[in-house]
Design a protein around this ligand. Structure first.
Ligand SMILES: [Zn+2]
Length: 285
């Protein structure tokens, strides 16, 4: 089963934007040096275009599930498996499929993984496929290097470059040890605004500023989901630890850490996130 938490967040933003503006291309070339995120992103796109859920793609509805499990009749994956090349014999079935109508959705999807391994004849067969816009098909080629794809094929695709897979950032590592799972981390989205508010909250708490009450309320609104709530506690603890390492806030920071640990226990006893934050705020005011 494909795991959508491996998608490239930056590229999904681009594709989501295209989706919103009804500008999904009929052929993409995903250039991914490591091949790690492009395939997940290809499936993400197909799920997006077929999802029946409210938050597309939810990876959860019947369509998404079948796509991710490789059981959807409109989705075809061609891959080299362990072969050294992708031959014309592997591309030919796509040509046959091209003549057919989508079984369920409004279009069919061809993923050609390992497109760098296409033989010259396979490249040409693919070119024919891309030249015949008869059927509603989205073809996604995944290659590790764009120079391995025939220029004539390349020019018929929209090229999307994926960054080499980064080492997991230290923040991700921290969040994992803090008890968030990979899905929760992937689902956090852009937290820069929330992070800023948490930094302000730390300062206001440290200065016993009454504005911290308002700030806590604001943060509780921003962090409606449990993964974001965990992030708030993680981030507060992180700031406190950094201060302690620098011998700063030597009375305040340890006390905050103590309170965060108490909040951890309160949370397991179903005390609401907002009440936990308030408990911290009131302890300093
Ligand atoms: Zn879905």
């Amino acid at each position: 089963m494909v795991n959508l938490s491996n998608v490239d967040q930056q590229q999904t933003k681009i594709l989501f934007d295209a989706y919103l503006h009804d500008k999904i291309a009929h052929a993409y070339l995903f250039i991914d040096p490591t091949g790690y995120t492009a395939l997940a992103t290809a499936y993400w796109l197909i799920c997006l275009l077929n999802c029946t859920g409210e938050h597309k793609p939810d990876a959860n509805c019947n369509n998404c599930q079948r796509i991710l499990n490789g059981n959807h009749p409109d989705v075809f994956l061609v891959e080299a498996e362990n072969k050294k090349s992708l031959s014309i014999d592997q591309i030919r079935p796509l040509k046959e499929e091209l003549a057919k109508k989508p079984v369920e959705g409004s279009r069919r999807f061809f993923i050609v993984k390992d497109a760098s391994l296409l033989t010259l004849s396979a490249n040409n067969a693919l070119l024919n496929l891309l030249e015949e816009p008869v059927a509603p098909v989205v073809t996604i080629l995944i290659a590790n290097n764009e120079n391995t794809i025939l220029p004539t094929v390349r020019s018929r695709t929209q090229i999307i470059h994926f960054a080499p897979t980064k080492q997991k950032s230290s923040v991700t590592e921290d969040l994992l040890t803090y008890g968030l799972n990979e899905d929760e981390i992937a689902d956090m989205g852009d937290v820069s605004n929330l992070e800023q508010e948490i930094t302000y909250l730390y300062q206001e708490l440290c200065q016993q500023n009454e504005l911290s009450i308002v700030r806590a309320y604001k943060i509780s609104k921003l962090a409606a989901k449990s993964n974001l709530q965990k992030f708030v506690f993680y981030k507060l603890a992180k700031i406190a630890m950094e201060k302690i390492e620098k011998n700063k806030d030597y009375l305040f920071a340890p006390k905050l850490l103590q309170l965060l640990m108490e909040c951890d226990k309160m949370r397991t006893n179903n005390v609401s996130f907002y009440n936990c934050l308030n408990y911290i705020v009131l302890s300093f005011n």
